[in-house]
Design a protein around this ligand. Structure first.
Ligand SMILES: [Mg+2]
Length: 169
């Protein structure tokens, strides 16, 4: 039986405006795990213009709602964006990510693995491979970077057209 991994934003739900997130009522996608880029969390800490992105608390809340919605018990949330490397705090957080690639955060729905590592950011296949643990994977995504991630990881890919692009960066 394949291990189902899905993207979060744009697949399970959409951000219509800051603070207004809506899960898709008709999708009914059940998954084992979620792989999501959440670089906005770090950009927000570094730059004034990035205040439009949700912070860590809001992001964890959204991820937990996504776990409830899909049944996923494991999440890899990659809080890294290449743009952070120009800021001192961004550089420190990226260094932390390189030294300690995943930080497990237990939640009632399962386990969220926060990562500040550049290595796990899609379209790198490493996050998908890390979640898959050698299993046969089907990955659901809405963006080209999701397709490339699956291709590089040797996983099957299912494209879920996004109604509108997500809140992630
Ligand atoms: Mg997406």
């Amino acid at each position: 039986m394949p291990y189902i991994i899905t993207d979060l934003d744009g697949v399970l739900g959409h951000c219509w405006s800051p603070g207004d997130y809506e899960f898709r009522p008709k999708l009914r996608l059940k998954a084992h795990a979620i792989l999501t880029n959440q670089g906005g969390v770090v950009l927000r800490l570094c730059y004034r213009w990035a205040r439009k992105y949700p912070g860590l608390r809001q992001t964890l809340k959204r991820i937990r709602a996504g776990m409830k919605y899909s049944g996923a018990r494991r999440v890899l949330a990659v809080c890294y964006h290449p743009k952070q490397e120009k800021h001192w705090l961004g550089k420190i957080l990226a260094l932390l990510g390189r030294l300690c690639p995943v930080i497990p955060v237990p939640v009632p729905e399962g386990m969220i693995f926060l990562s500040f590592s550049p290595r796990f950011r899609k379209p790198s296949p490493d996050g998908l491979l890390w979640l898959a643990r050698g299993q046969d994977v089907i990955f659901y995504g809405d963006e080209e970077s999701d397709r490339v991630t699956a291709l590089r990881a040797g996983a099957r890919f299912v494209h879920v057209p996004s109604e509108r692009s997500g809140a992630s960066a």
